[in-house]
Design a protein around this ligand. Structure first.
Ligand SMILES: Cc1cc2nc3c(=O)[nH]c(=O)nc-3n(C[C@H](O)[C@H](O)[C@H](O)COP(=O)(O)O)c2cc1C
Length: 178
């Protein structure tokens, strides 16, 4: 019999990057639930150097989809959750804090049956443009956003991005491969 812990560990392994979505909107209460989980993410010295902005309006999502190299699916995701960080507030731990917040969002979305995909916005001028589009002041930098939606089947074709993961033995240096 599978224990509750094994079930949970298995569940933690399963979220994959989702880039195809149905047209069903993401319910407002689901966005709220995701934010409720995200806000309890730990940050260095509990500085919480972050804010979130939600983009559902199609033209806004389309404009965000032009601000990264691999961001086109933002135009087709029913909701985009933008992560804004203040590096002056977060100091050197800002990127780590941001990554933790993002993973909270991914896991909360997974719990609700939603698919998600973190997306990088760059270069700097696009980071600034995203902040302006989302009505943020210059102190807040939007380096990553998360596409959210109900997963649709992935169209056939080969992705340029490899799937799978390093084996645990490789992570732990047990395979003596360096
Ligand atoms: C920091 C970060 C930035 C990412 N940026 C992008 C991106 O710009 N576009 C994209 O399609 N996927 C992006 N991804 C998703 C990764 O490609 C994905 O997590 C990785 O390929 C593993 O996917 P899988 O879990 O489906 O195997 C990003 C992921 C992370 C953690």
């Amino acid at each position: 019999m599978v224990s509750r812990a094994e079930e949970l560990l298995d569940w933690l392994r399963t979220p994959r990057a989702t880039r195809w979505f149905t047209e069903e909107p993401v319910a407002e209460r689901d966005i709220r639930s995701i934010c409720e989980v995200a806000r309890w993410t730990g940050s260095a010295r509990n500085r919480q150097p972050w804010r979130l902005r939600v983009a559902t309006e199609p033209d806004l999502r389309r404009r965000l989809s032009t601000l990264g190299d691999y961001a086109l699916h933002l135009a087709n995701a029913p909701a985009v959750l933008a992560i804004a960080v203040d590096p002056e507030l977060g100091g050197r731990d800002t990127p780590f804090d941001e990554g933790r917040l993002c993973q909270s969002i991914v896991l909360a979305a997974h719990a609700l049956g939603l698919g998600s995909c973190p997306v990088t916005l760059h270069p700097e001028q696009n980071v600034a443009a995203a902040g302006r589009l989302l009505g943020l002041t210059a102190r807040w930098q939007v380096r990553h956003v998360v596409a959210l939606g109900h997963p649709a089947p992935r169209p056939p074709g080969v992705s340029a991005i490899p799937t799978g993961r390093l084996a645990a033995s490789a992570l732990l240096g047990e395979d003596h491969a360096g």
